[in-house]
Design a protein around this ligand. Sequence first.
Ligand code: AMP
Length: 695
Amino acid sequence: MSEILPVGIDLGTTNSVIARIAGESVPEVIPNAEGESITPSVVWIGERGVVVGTDAKEQMSEGNPDTAAFFKRHMGNLSLPFFLGAKQYSAVDLSAFVLSKLKRDAEERLGRPIAHAVITVPAYFEDPQRNATIAAGTKAGLDVLEIISEPTAAAFAYGLHQTGREENILVYDLGGGTFDVSIVRLTPQEFTVLATKGDHGLGGKDWDDILSDYVLDRFRDEFGVDPLSHGLPRGELLMLAETAKKTLSGVMSTVVNFHHSGHRLRLELTREDFESRTSHLMEATRSLCNEVLKDAGLNWQLLTGVLLVGGSTRMPMVTDYVRQMSGGAPLTGIHPDHAVAVGAAIRAARLLDERTPHKPHFRLPGPKKIQDVVAHPLGMISETDDGSRYTNSIIINKYLGVPCSNTRPFQLYTSPGNGNEMEVYLTQGESTDPVDCTVIARWHAAGIEHDPSGLQVIDVEYSYTGNMTVDATARLRSTGRTIPLTKESDLGDLSWIRQPPRRKGKRQHITAYLAVDLSGSMAGAGVAAAQRAAREFVQQSDLSKCSIGIIEFADRVKVTCPACQDAGQLESAIAPLEPHVLCSRVGVGNAATPFATAHQILRDVTGARFIIVLTDGHWSCCPQAIQESVACRADGIQTIAVGTEQSNADFLKQISSSEAGSFYAKQHEVVGIFSSIARELTETAGGTKRALRLK
Ligand code: AMP
């Protein structure tokens, strides 16, 4: 028998499950002390101390105020304490009680200590909730090997029975409190999550709420009495509703008998009626399924099957929906209540075996590798280019494989002494408005030394770890010194995000347009170099203080990305610049010049403004280009020209602000030139501190 005992834990909103690998390869759920394979995630603090599970759930339904459930919905929320008995508890404390019970009962049953665990979370959990889950595990005395997403864990469990062919499956996970949907590609070697969506405010409880409200309304209508204001515990009504809901999963109609204040309500309920009353909830899961399929570039017909996970998928309306959309029955072979914990146990066993590859303890079939993806883009709060409001500037795009990282420069204006501080507010969310995103943490660095130029550039590396939590490290560009960063989870009052930023006098926003020549002669290596150069330029620019736009030109001019501070949006404009893509969007000749278009856009923009042209040849409209570039400069817009191949050095000089702003280069040098332009713009803050010195 194996000496070590890694476990997988499904820490659910309504129920939790713990599993292990028995012997070398048999996944098995470990029952709790009461002999149940599922432990209700309910805590009761009574005279017996902390009680978790069925007894606590009963106390709750009787209206005992010293009980708590559904606290998983509040993980990572520090401002929402639970009061049980005379004490205050956080969602982390309560989750730690659940984990301790699972650990203790499993240890007693197996007669061995448990140290290592993989714990699952909804795929849509953000950084604070994932960190809170790790904290709960640590508090329960567990070494948390990894946090994995519930649908991914379910796919692991399914993978044990994998046929060996490539499969694209949709994991539909509807539990008691959360809904997650992921598209996973399974090959004999690897699990790849292609896309994921979710709503952690949608679950079986919402179906119960609708049913209990219906019972309550009918009771009020019939007897003119409101049971809730006459001492009825809400929990009792919810239990009644949940029982009726579960009954309707097996039969077409049921009778709800509800007694209160001397009155008796007899309510006949059909499945059809229940389904129509809750159809908007099904609709919410439907639209998330469609969105995730679209994100993965698939449709129902291209799926190999649908995996149903979570207790609420027992509702016939879910299976009917899956049949209707996919044209077949859901995939079988996994237990909807156990699959997530079993998948986590498989992952835990594999992770421990990876630590001792020469002496594996387990022999598990199915794919070994796992590739999960970023579910929420990572961004930072910065000011818009006109300084009128705050914006969410994306640093790491959605659906990048984890772990991943991105380094971004940060400009800090310094004063003499070492008292300079840097603050970065990181967000998770897709909107450009930070109000619609979750501000996950404030990263703070103190003691930054003054630079004689008055500006320090700090290169900050932001990363998503394998647990999909966020990390950041910082380095001072001038000295290479690593700057210690502290992560403050308590963000305090964030109402300032809604206010206009307070302008700091010396701060000057930069707006730069990259104008890329896409005439026929650029096809192939020229376009490839332009794509790399544009990416490098974005990478090296501080998007919290700089907006970048992209213009393509040949016979026509097209603004493919208006100036923005969003790395994701810019990447979407840069990605199509593939060498094999014909530049037909703007023609193949060289009749157009980008200056007038850029001039028009930049005319009313405040701050430092730049047009940076990349070209490989001589244009048929040179005199017009020179004239237009002169007009730009007359309006204070600086122009920079980078030319390769057939470019004419004199022409480049004539369309540039200064000789130092024109470059004749070999194709392979272009990336380096764009990198230095971006760095120079960052380090001179748009030329406000000193004249732009481009070498
Ligand atoms: P989970 O979080 O996966 O344990 O799922 C718990 C949810 O599944 C709760 O909302 C239960 O009411 C629901 N559930 C369990 N069994 C059934 C059933 N037979 N029919 C409908 N819902 C069910």
